[in-house]
Design a protein around this ligand. Structure first.
Ligand code: VGL
Ligand code: ZN
Length: 240
């Protein structure tokens, strides 16, 4: 009998193909990475006022700039946020006579920590630091323009009324994974990461590329615990 005339060969080949097809279908199931993953590096508030010597410094913030420049090359897309307050912004202690920096007040129905004047539109303190390589930054999303509400997250204001357009932009670009770096870990990085996670992005904070203001001692450790307990990955850049 000739090989080619063996009918079992054809049946075996068909069965094998069916098994392979079934395995592939399983692969596409839940819990498996989608075939197309696009990641974005979101650089939060890398501005002079959050640098040592600035109005609201995060100690060591200058040290993360070269690292953030190096990291950019590992991502499909790079975007940034910029805190951008008008004079007399409601988050400034100076806008609330009788109160001082660090006080927590109720402001338009929300709990508001009071800050020194910072990130004033058009001032050098609000500029992104010159050491930051901006050649790959596709867009800068400004926040904190509404004097009646603060905006820690790069996605939404603190009352989740207004949004910056960052989510729409990332969706349009097909981004599924968000990596966050910048300032400050215990405020704008943390709240941006929590929103990214809630919005459905696979979310990672690269912790050595952040610094905290630590207005409350231990703010950085508390922030890391809160991020991790919300399912957000907190990694060191060397793990990338
Ligand atoms: C920030 C407090 C007030 C930040 C901005 O960038 O983390 N923190 N405004
Ligand atoms: Zn601010």
């Amino acid at each position: 009998m000739h090989h080619d005339s063996n009918p079992f060969r054809g049946i075996a080949a068909t069965a094998l193909l069916l098994v392979m097809f079934a395995l592939q279908a399983c692969d596409a199931g839940e819990g498996v990475r989608p075939a197309i993953v696009k990641n974005a590096l979101v650089i939060i508030d890398l501005q002079y006022d959050f640098m040592p010597g600035g109005a609201l410094p995060a100690p060591g913030a200058d040290e993360i700039v070269p690292l953030i420049n190096r990291l950019q090359g590992s991502f499909d897309l790079v975007v940034a946020t910029q805190d951008w307050h008008p004079p007399g912004h409601g988050s400034f202690a100076s806008a609330h006579p009788g109160h001082e920096v660090g006080d927590i007040i109720e402001f338009n129905g929300l709990s508001q920590e009071l800050w020194p004047d910072h990130a004033l539109q058009g001032t050098r303190g609000a500029d992104l630091v010159e050491g930051l390589n901006t050649s790959r930054i596709a867009q800068v999303f400004r926040k904190g323009m509404n004097p009646a509400i603060d905006s820690y997250s790069g996605f939404f204001d603190n009352g989740r009324q207004g949004d910056t357009g960052l989510h729409d932009y990332l969706m349009r670009e097909g981004v599924t994974e968000v990596y966050l770096v910048g300032l400050a870990l215990d405020f704008c990085v943390k709240f941006s990461a929590l929103d990214a996670q809630r919005l459905g992005y696979q979310t990672t904070v690269i912790v050595d590329a952040t610094r905290a203001v630590n207005l409350h001692p231990g703010g950085d450790d508390a922030a890391v615990r809160e991020l991790e307990s919300n399912g957000i990955r907190v990694i060191e850049s060397k793990k990338l």
